[in-house]
Design a protein around this ligand. Structure first.
Ligand code: ASP
Length: 354
């Protein structure tokens, strides 16, 4: 993926107080109206012209823009690999990172990066906007400025939020816990099973007990190998055997996210349990994730989840589907099924409660 890079000191003639890299991938955020009134991505290296107030942050900004800014519906593993590699390659020179990204799949990217950047000690903040920066009522300005504040917030030489996060609509959320929940209003993201890491009002209130603190010896490791041969099987009342069998028998599929009801429950039909059991015996990892945005999977709590546990379906606790999908891709890229079964229900990036 090709991209261009420009750096500028917004504090000139003074020294910047911090160095932050902005990675501009596309999405609604960076659209501007052209001479015909059509929304097209603007040249992000001109961000200071759109947002002169950035000068008040006294930062040295390095902007990396994808040559072809994309709608996030087109973002996938190769883009995650590019973003993670850019962060890894520039990690020592920067104090923090802000990724500008379309909102549609931002929760997937945030989850993927949380697993790919293991041992992170600096902030990686994803943000975007519901209205482009060229609109008078846009949320883009506040989202970017506060993200830059958070990405450059340090105390005694340590980053206040050394995590991959999404900042949106005055809330800072753990990346591996977020879901997009709204496409019209500004409050686009939620992390139903984890409290916000910060709330931005007149000042930014950090929720310190909820923020992961790396160990002193923590060192960044980059995991970019991924295998996307996974599928999602979303249960619904009345689902039939043909549909289930078609998904479970997808050629070469290695893992399935089974989206169940409530606390991990599924219809008790014998054919369903038999199909799932046969898939597990073929070596497919099946991970039980609830369709509820809040609460968690507890296999065996109800009779309707006991059989799942007995045949070897793995309970995904309170993981989101976004975290489950990206975690499986990364685990499948590194390990064989047996090791994946050991790791998938462990918290690797704060994505589940144990
Ligand atoms: N479709 C856009 C995207 O995800 C929406 C947005 O940016 O909010 O790229």
């Amino acid at each position: 993926m090709s991209y261009k890079k420009v750096s500028f000191n917004t504090a000139l003639p003074d020294k910047p107080r911090s160095r932050v890299m902005i990675i501009y991938t596309g999405g609604t955020f960076g659209m501007a109206t052209d001479s015909q009134g059509v929304l097209i991505p603007f040249d992000f290296s001109l961000i200071l012209e759109h947002l002169p107030t950035l000068r008040n942050l006294f930062l040295e900004l390095t902007v990396i823009s994808f040559d072809q800014p994309i709608d996030s519906s087109n973002v996938g593993p190769p883009h995650w690999q590019t973003m993670a590699q850019i962060i890894y390659d520039n990690f020592n020179e920067q104090d923090g990172f802000v990724i500008l990204h379309g909102t549609d799949t931002m929760a997937f990217t945030a989850s993927a990066l949380s697993f790919m950047l293991s041992g992170l000690t600096k902030p990686v903040i994803l943000t975007g906007a519901q209205l482009s920066i060229s609109e008078p009522r846009s949320d883009a300005r506040e989202n970017l400025i506060t993200s830059l504040e958070i990405a450059s917030a340090y105390k005694n030489g340590k980053a206040l939020v050394p995590e991959v996060c999404i900042y949106f609509d005055y809330s800072l959320l753990r990346g591996s816990r977020t879901k997009k929940v709204e496409s019209m209003h500004f409050d686009a993201f939620e992390s139903g099973n984890y409290p916000p890491l910060a709330k931005a009002g007149v000042k930014i209130d950090y929720n310190y007990p909820a923020i992961h603190q790396p160990r002193n010896e923590e060192k960044l490791t980059l995991l970019t190998k991924m295998d996307s041969r996974i599928s999602i099987l979303k249960l619904f009342p009345g689902i039939n055997q043909e549909t289930v069998a078609a998904i479970l028998n997808t050629p070469n599929v290695r893992a399935i996210v089974l989206e169940t009801f409530g606390s991990g429950n599924a219809p008790s039909a014998k054919w369903l349990i038999d199909e799932l059991k046969a898939a597990i015996e073929r070596g497919i990892v099946i991970l039980n994730i609830s369709q509820c945005p809040g609460g968690m999977v507890i296999q065996g709590k109800y009779d309707t989840s006991r059989a799942l546990k007995e045949i070897g379906v793995i309970g995904g606790a309170d993981m989101t589907s976004e975290a489950a999908v990206t975690k499986l891709m990364i685990l499948l890229g590194q390990y064989r099924s047996e090791k994946i079964k050991d790791l998938v229900d462990q918290s690797l990036a704060g994505e589940l409660s144990q």
